[in-house]
Design a protein around this ligand. Structure first.
Ligand code: AP5
Length: 218
């Protein structure tokens, strides 16, 4: 299965893509994670991307399309993938379409994670990533036991550089202007599925499996 996760920053794309990867063996391909790895590694691409990401703007289409092409070509992506945070505008969607056509790959769905706007800010300011496991957690919404387990295993709860209020506001604006038009784009192509993505994470996951026609592994 090949899926796109659409949705505003903080709508839970990464959280749910991680669960699909763990439980359904789909490969999570997050352009945000790939870019953050390049920033952490100090590569030339990472140096170019850092200032753009810190401002909450979009990195160039050419860079992200190149990253996606390389990642999809890796053998594990052959078992199916979830694109998390890509495409982000119509040009990227068109670029993806030709890339998939060249590789004779069909998309199964573009899933819109639909969350009321006022919830997004709290999710983003509360987000933390466990430094040892990479698990995405939240100081307001995650069970205390999960936060404690990260610390007990010697991890730190790290905040993303772009999860400050000023950058978050710009990311939300960029989403409205550039990414939200993809909802109509995929609807017109008969691929759009919408998931009500507020409420507990497990309930959101159950709704996601439902629209994708997947069974929860026992
Ligand atoms: P990216 O990393 O893609 O960030 P984003 O799109 O802003 O999305 P987020 O990761 O913030 O949110 P999410 O929907 O994944 O939510 P999450 O699951 O973490 O991009 C970062 C930057 O990279 C961009 O600004 C841009 O500069 C660049 N970039 C990336 N892709 C690009 C592209 N294609 N083109 C150009 N530039 C690109 O959840 C958020 C929080 O909420 C977490 O703490 C989580 O625990 C919590 N949470 C999740 N679900 C629930 C729930 N149901 N209830 C309570 N809490 C929940």
């Amino acid at each position: 299965m090949r899926i796109i996760m659409l949705g505003a920053p903080g709508s839970g794309k990464g959280t749910q893509a991680q669960k699909l990867q763990t439980e359904c063996e789909l490969v999570q391909i997050s352009t945000g994670d790939l870019l953050r790895s390049a920033v952490a590694a100090g590569t030339e691409l990472g140096r170019k991307a850092k200032a753009i990401m810190d401002a909450g703007d979009l990195v160039s289409n050419e860079i992200v399309l190149g990253m996606i092409e390389a990642r999809i070509a890796q053998p594990d992506a052959g078992r199916g993938f979830v694109l998390d945070g890509f495409p982000r505008n119509i040009a990227q969607a068109e670029g993806l379409q030709s890339l998939l056509a060249r590789n004779r790959i069909n998309l199964d769905a573009a899933v819109l994670m639909d969350v009321p706007f006022d919830i997004l800010l709290r999710r983003l300011t509360g987000r933390r990533t466990c430094s040892t496991t990479g698990q995405v957690l939240n100081i307001y919404f995650s069970p205390q036991a999960e936060l404690d387990a990260c610390l007990a295993a010697g991890g730190e709860l790290r905040q993303r550089a772009d999860d400050n209020e000023e950058t978050i506001r710009n990311r939300l604006e960029v989403y409205e202007q550039q990414t939200a038009p993809l909802i109509e784009y995929y609807d017109e192509r008969g691929l759009l599925q919408t998931v009500a993505a507020d409420g507990p994470m497990d309930q959101v996951y159950a709704r996601l499996l439902d629209v994708l026609g997947l069974d929860r592994p026992s």
